[in-house]
Design a protein around this ligand. Structure first.
Ligand SMILES: [Zn+2]
Length: 265
């Protein structure tokens, strides 16, 4: 099932959808950063209005417009005037740009791009949760599997997608579990299997070639993030590295297709 819109044939329609994707990304970023924050603090992520972290005042709808509210209120709480960290604003702009870029590269609205946007949102949430708490919450991984189940059936290449995905899923699981076990034995510490589980879930969405690209990018980014965490003397968080590697592999595939390269992975 594909809804193809003439992104490159009719620039105005293309721009309309890309702007819409940016706004959608910004709105979902404020939702997911709030969710991640609540999960990390053990609060119920579903219920309750957002509130100011300093004064506890409940935020009104007018305070919750992504990007616009932050700029209008000059980065301060409307009620107590305390400074709101720019982190949320940065992630709203980031996810907005990522959504817009993903749609622009993909050029049509189908199951693959819907899955990509949903994953980008979930990856932002679980990366923030991992960075703040050192744990990748299982709830986010379950949500990734739900995205796979809901979107796989709508793909035109469902059979190839499912078979390759499951093979890569199993291989990644075995390799990463062995790697985690060996690294844990050398360090004489019990390492989390969170990064292994996350990699497995994401590999479901990539074919063989995409998986190789994601694995290489993941190893390089993993080393980079390990060095950054060590230099900051903080617990090593690998979720951001794994997330970026996956998004890179996904976008590269679309970029190559766009450029006319015959790499149908
Ligand atoms: Zn306040």
């Amino acid at each position: 099932m594909t809804f193809t819109y003439p992104l490159f044939d009719t620039p105005l329609i293309g721009i309309y959808f890309i702007v819409l994707a940016f706004m959608f990304g910004a709105i979902l970023a404020s939702f997911i950063t709030c969710t991640a924050w609540r999960v990390v603090r053990g609060e119920d992520w579903k219920l309750g209005h957002s509130h100011c972290d300093t004064c506890g005042h409940e935020l009104s709808t007018a305070d919750l417009f992504p990007i616009v509210s932050y700029i209008a209120l000059k980065g301060k709480c409307r009620y107590c005037g305390s400074k709101v960290p720019p982190r949320d604003l940065i992630f709203e702009i980031l996810l907005g740009l990522l959504f817009a870029g993903t749609l622009a590269l993909h050029g049509s609205i189908d199951a693959a791009v819907v899955a990509a946007l949903a994953l980008e949102m979930l990856l932002l949430g679980l990366s923030l949760a991992d960075w703040d708490s050192g744990v990748i919450p299982d709830g986010f991984l379950a949500a990734i599997l739900v995205v796979w189940i809901l979107t796989a059936g709508f793909r035109t290449d469902v059979q190839k997608f499912a078979i390759e995905g499951v093979i890569v899923f199993l291989c990644t699981g075995i390799l990463m579990a062995i790697g985690t076990f060996i690294a844990g034995s050398i360090k004489k510490a019990k390492l989390s299997y969170g990064p292994a589980k996350l990699s497995m879930c994401l590999m479901l969405f990539l074919g063989f070639r995409g998986a190789v690209i994601a694995a290489v990018a993941g190893i390089l980014l993993g080393i980079f993030f390990t060095l950054v965490c060590k230099s900051k003397k903080r617990k090593i968080s690998l979720a951001p590295a794994i997330s970026l590697a996956f998004i890179f592999a996904f976008l590269l595939k679309d970029a190559l297709v766009l450029l006319g390269a015959r790499i149908p992975f």
